[in-house]
Design a protein around this ligand. Structure first.
Ligand SMILES: [Mg+2]
Length: 144
């Protein structure tokens, strides 16, 4: 396994503060050094990715964690925009949502989501999912 030299940057697009806190907590003990950047809606996410305004110095994320139901521009639109952008489409997008709807799962994969995870309802389950994401995407998978 190649030595990780710089911390991985993760962009979390999530409007629920409790889920943001749990994700931060879950990644704190990660084996891989990481920096979590959290934005609360789709417009802020696109500003971050486009390095606009207050996000002018934002890093290019190595992984995106995307909630579907967001205020304003929602996660479905954000996903389509990312995957239609030649500069952004290689960044893996993990859809992490409370939705269990088959239609959402199918639509996410049709829009080239890299995986779809339904958020567990309880804290322990949520932390387990965050640990699984960390382990899979940062130790098993080779990122672009
Ligand atoms: Mg939400």
């Amino acid at each position: 396994m190649p030595q990780q030299t710089k911390p991985v940057d993760i962009l979390l697009i999530e409007d629920n503060p409790a889920d943001v806190r749990l994700t931060i907590e879950g990644l704190r003990e990660a084996k891989i050094a990481n920096v979590l950047h959290a934005v609360r809606d789709g417009d802020a996410a696109l500003d971050f990715l486009g390095r606009r305004g207050r996000y002018a110095d934002a890093p290019r994320p190595d992984l995106i964690l995307l909630d579907l139901n967001l205020p304003g521009l929602d996660g479905r639109s954000v996903l389509s925009i990312i995957k239609a952008d030649p500069r952004l489409k290689v960044i893996p997008v993990v859809v992490l949502t409370s939705s269990q709807a088959e239609a959402d799962i199918l639509a996410a994969y049709e829009s080239h989501a890299n995986c779809f995870i339904s958020k567990p309802i309880n804290f322990a389950g949520f932390l387990k999912v965050v640990h699984s994401i960390e382990n899979y995407w940062f130790t098993v998978v080779r990122l672009p």
